[in-house]
Design a protein around this ligand. Structure first.
Ligand SMILES: C[S@@+](CC[C@H](N)C(=O)[O-])C[C@H]1O[C@@H](n2cnc3c(N)ncnc32)[C@H](O)[C@@H]1O
Ligand SMILES: Nc1nc2[nH]cc(C(=O)O)c2c(=O)[nH]1
Ligand code: SF4
Ligand SMILES: [Mg+2]
Length: 241
């Protein structure tokens, strides 16, 4: 039974491609990426501006998406990564897809829509949840965005989803801002719970020439609260898509 009363819904998808996961804790895993169109945030560092245009890409149904994924299957395939743009804007489509095609999957999300994430919580296997900083100018009301992200983090922990947070930092990032967000996450989640924090240097990495000491500083301060890993976007170093 499809989640929308059986209507065959379609979603606008900007690209479906095979690559090696270049970010976060699944780095190195072969994935088929499904990049949805449209985003509800406007991060000033976003390297995927095309996909944020709501008209970009093509409208396809779950069966043709499965066909596209099948054509990209390789012996080393680990999972499907639903990304974007913002994939949670397409939660009903992803739910229908995974109910019909229960593939191992990962959600790469900005965590701003906990209600939409709840629709997928029984279906996805991994979640990478971005935490945005005020300096990213992603939204006008950053406090509310952080509240929504915290709700999403709590949901992930309650449901025992294999997940982590990710924060993009720039040489100009204030270390204290990252540390205070790490402290907020720590105090909001149950004492016994872990929620790793991936510190991801903004690309292009040339930005960091002579300034990588900042990454050590951020790691130390955020490390006072959460389990921190500092990892750049490896696919860009390897010139992979
Ligand atoms: C393009 S976003 C799409 C998924 C979701 N909207 C999000 O923000 O997580 C995928 C990932 O790319 C990261 N990203 C985008 N532009 C980046 C940049 N210039 N440098 C480093 N990471 C970047 C985002 O932080 C996010 O973790
Ligand atoms: N190789 C590769 N790894 C990625 N990890 C997250 C990506 C994204 O744009 O969501 C991405 C991407 O675009 N390419
Ligand atoms: S939420 Fe993700 S896709 Fe949207 S602008 Fe920010 S980084 Fe880009
Ligand atoms: Mg990308």
């Amino acid at each position: 039974m499809q989640s929308n009363g059986g209507l065959k819904i379609k979603s606008r998808i900007s690209e479906v491609f095979s690559s090696i996961q270049g970010e976060g804790k699944l780095i190195g895993r072969r994935q088929v990426f499904v990049r949805f169109t449209g985003c509800n945030l406007n991060c000033n560092y976003c390297d995927t501006s095309l996909s944020r245009d709501p008209g970009y890409g093509e409208e396809i149904g779950i069966d043709s998406l499965y066909q596209k994924i099948s054509e990209l299957k390789t012996p080393d395939l680990h999972s499907i990564s639903f990304t974007g743009g913002e994939p949670l804007l397409h939660a009903d489509f992803i739910k229908d897809f995974l109910e019909k095609y229960p593939l191992t999957s990962m959600l790469e999300t900005n965590g701003s829509l906990p209600g939409e994430m709840a629709k997928l919580i029984e279906l996805v296997d991994y979640v990478s949840m971005d935490v945005k900083l005020p300096e990213h100018e992603a939204v006008s009301n950053w406090d509310d965005l952080l509240d929504q992200e915290i709700k999403s983090i709590k949901l992930l922990i309650e449901e025992g989803i294999n997940s982590y947070c990710k924060v993009v930092v720039q040489p100009s990032t204030t270390t204290e801002t990252v540390a205070s967000i790490a402290a907020r996450i720590r105090e909001e989640i149950p004492e016994t719970s872990q929620m790793p924090l991936i510190v991801q240097p903004a690309s292009p990495l040339e930005l960091w020439k002579g300034r990588t000491h900042k990454l050590l500083e951020i790691s130390e301060k955020a490390g006072e609260h959460l389990d921190v890993l500092t990892i750049p976007q490896v696919h860009k170093l390897l010139n992979l898509r």
